[in-house]
Design a protein around this ligand. Structure first.
Ligand SMILES: C[S@@+](CC[C@H](N)C(=O)[O-])C[C@H]1O[C@@H](n2cnc3c(N)ncnc32)[C@H](O)[C@@H]1O
Length: 396
């Protein structure tokens, strides 16, 4: 296949894509509408588009094809026609480490600044090593699954029998190459849950007790609820979200996982839900808040290019607003688990500060989970304990 052919496809898709849908969904639709593209065309176009966005806003004065060649060189250890065509002198370094490759690119293109890959001057949460974080955008994250410890060997055996390279991270966690078609290689979907490593780690902050009543207040399709349930199956559970279609997915996932005892409500938590919730009191509340998702942009690098900084403020308003509404339904001495998949301080430590200053909540612990060192997402989790049982009027 000639390089011009690949370039045309790349340029066409780039022109067509405005960052409205996630890139993987856009590509899915695009390929469906462009049936003349064979599987090899699709594979190369996907690789190029993802490489391109992983460069974020670095070297933005260069033309798109030069930028693509540099990005593809940084992101892959196999050659492509684009690299060979635009950067033939770098071909021999394709197998070098990412640190060496960055040094090579810097030497050749003096305007290259790694901090322009993630070009938001919004302050980052405590503990992030910027160099490692920025570098991580050139490496595709792994796919993580959570498996019951009693089933892990069976799952590993099935994966290996199908030629999938598996890393055993813990007694319940496996890391697999991204893009592994799990439904084709594991015969029973009940054996595993797809859940990022850092997301699994948030569970160490939950601490549910037998017969507790917990509320997963922004449950979406139920990832955190399933984690909570794996830690303590004998709990009562309320799940809610503003989006009904997510709750439909949740019901399917719960059924598959054998989670039968739960209550479900579609609710907008920025509204007054006293009519529905007035008699509820929880032993624990999970608030996995809507957020910028900046800790997950290693999976959606198009956001490095299209995300607009002003949106962080909107998310912060949502996070504070929702937290203010849920905290009144928490019992004294019980935890509110506040989580985001953001690396921005404004959505993390600053929201925690707001909560401790404005509500009867005391911070027990918080952590920025640095997933980028493990080819995983980065997340933030805080455990806040309710001090007084008297409800604070969230509508005040
Ligand atoms: C980060 S996601 C939750 C992910 C989920 N906990 C999981 O583990 O898969 C945040 C969720 O908050 C929900 N949300 C956003 N605004 C809301 C609102 N005003 N009231 C209730 N839920 C809301 C979104 O629909 C979204 O599903």
């Amino acid at each position: 296949m000639r390089v011009e052919h690949q370039i045309r496809a790349f340029e066409q898709i780039l022109k067509d894509y405005k960052g409205v849908l996630p890139l993987h969904r856009h590509l899915f639709t695009y390929f469906k509408q462009n049936k003349q593209m064979g599987s090899s065309d699709r594979r190369w176009a996907t690789r190029y588009l993802y490489s391109f966005f992983r460069l974020g806003k670095a070297l933005s004065k260069l033309n798109n094809l030069q930028r693509l060649a540099i990005a593809d060189f940084l992101c892959h250890d196999t050659l492509s026609l684009i690299i060979s065509h635009y950067l033939p002198e770098l071909e021999e370094s394709i197998g070098a480490s990412i640190t060496d490759k960055i040094a090579i690119v810097k030497k050749k293109f003096s305007a290259f600044k790694i901090e322009e890959v993630f070009s938001f001057d919004t302050e980052l949460s405590e503990g992030i090593f910027k160099g490692d974080f920025y570098r991580s955008f050139f490496i595709q994250p792994d796919l993580f699954i959570r498996v019951k410890s009693t089933h892990i060997q069976a799952v590993v055996d099935q994966l290996q029998a199908n030629g999938v390279s598996v890393k055993e991270i813990s007694a319940t966690t496996l890391a697999l190459p991204n893009g592994t078609k799990l439904e084709q290689v594991i015969n029973d979907p009940r054996l595993y849950q797809i859940q990022d490593l850092s997301s699994q780690y948030t569970g160490t902050f939950f601490g549910p007790k037998k017969y507790d009543y917990w509320w997963d207040s922004c449950a979406a399709s139920g990832g955190k609820s399933l984690l909570l349930h794996s830690l303590e199956p004998n709990i009562e559970l309320l799940v809610s979200d503003i989006r009904e279609n997510s709750l439909n997915n949740l019901q399917e996932r719960f059924q598959l996982a054998g989670l039968k005892k739960y209550h479900l409500k579609a609710m907008d938590l920025l509204q007054n839900n006293d009519q529905i919730l007035h008699h509820y009191e929880f032993d624990g509340i999970l608030l996995d808040a809507p957020c910028s998702g900046s800790g997950t942009w290693g999976r959606t690098p198009e956001m490095l290019y299209y995300f607009e900084k002003y949106k962080v403020e909107n998310y912060v308003k949502l996070q504070k607003g929702i937290a203010a509404k849920v905290v009144k339904y928490l019992k004294k001495d019980k935890p509110l688990i506040y989580m985001t998949c953001s690396v921005f301080k404004a959505e993390n430590e600053d929201v925690v500060k707001y909560l401790t200053e404005n509500f009867d909540l005391k911070l027990e612990k918080m952590e920025l989970i640095k997933g980028y060192g493990n080819k995983a997402d980065s997340m933030f989790v805080a455990r806040l304990i309710k001090q007084e049982s008297s409800a604070i009027d969230a509508n005040a």
